[in-house]
Design a protein. Structure first.
Length: 240
């Protein structure tokens, strides 16, 4: 399934013309593959055409070229969509965001789920429990660190506490085994920005080289370790 990027031009066609596609008007369309073809805004049945696939793009082109009242462009809802600039831009951004959110995400040859429900679906399709195991491991480590205090179902913390939603973030590491990772991520945007410790540092390749150089220069043994999971500030003063 290919999607079109934009409409370049338009022309009127008659029945019997080689470019006639079931309508009196055709649009020159640039597809995502780079190919250009003539397509109708909407055929006589009202079930096929560019208007059905992407009404926002058709409305933008019709408005910019003064075609809203022209024969062949009097499509149901066309004027309503093209009525205001802000609404048109908002709908276009919404359409792009929907396309971005719905397309598959792949890392190192593996499809990565966007959420817990998609992780379960991918496990079902692949016939394994890879993503489920990754989520179980993450939740087990959180329990081991005692990151949360379980007050039980139905507990009301009161108005002093702020509600913060969490979700699962998934990824595939670059190692040879293609390990699947899951992390429980909290939405920090609902809270106020803390005054202290708002940055989590990451070691750089230059830092590793400097440490190795200093160790070699002073005849020191160099040790390395891998921290599977850590919550360095799991106990908070904020009531969340």
């Amino acid at each position: 399934m290919w999607t079109f990027k934009k409409i370049l031009s338009h022309k009127k066609v008659k029945k019997g013309d080689k470019d006639c596609r079931g309508a009196g008007t055709n649009c020159l369309v640039v597809w995502s593959t780079g190919e250009q073809t003539w397509e109708p805004p909407c055929d006589r049945s009202g079930k096929l055409g560019l208007w059905i696939d992407d009404p926002v793009t058709v409305a933008v082109y019709a408005r910019d070229n003064g075609l809203l009242d022209e024969p062949g462009w009097k499509l149901p809802g066309l004027k309503k969509i093209a009525k205001t600039q802000k609404k048109l831009i908002r709908m276009a951004n919404k359409a792009k965001l929907h396309s971005f959110r719905s397309k598959p995400i792949c890392m190192h040859g593996f499809q990565v789920p966007r959420n817990h429900a998609e992780a379960l679906e991918l496990d079902r399709v692949n016939g394994n429990t890879t993503w489920t195991d990754a989520e179980t491991t993450e939740l087990g480590q959180i329990d081991e660190h005692k990151s949360f205090i379980d007050k039980g179902v139905g507990y009301n913390p009161g108005s002093d506490y702020k509600r913060i939603l969490v979700h699962m973030a998934h990824a595939v590491n670059l190692k040879h085994d293609g390990g699947h990772k899951a992390r429980l991520v909290a939405g920090g945007h609902p809270t106020e920005t803390p005054v202290n410790s708002v940055h989590s540092s990451v070691v750089s390749l230059r830092g590793v080289r400097l440490l190795a150089f200093v160790g070699e220069l002073n005849n020191l043994k160099i040790w390395s370790t891998d921290v599977g999971n850590a919550y360095l500030e799991t106990y908070t003063n904020e009531k969340v």
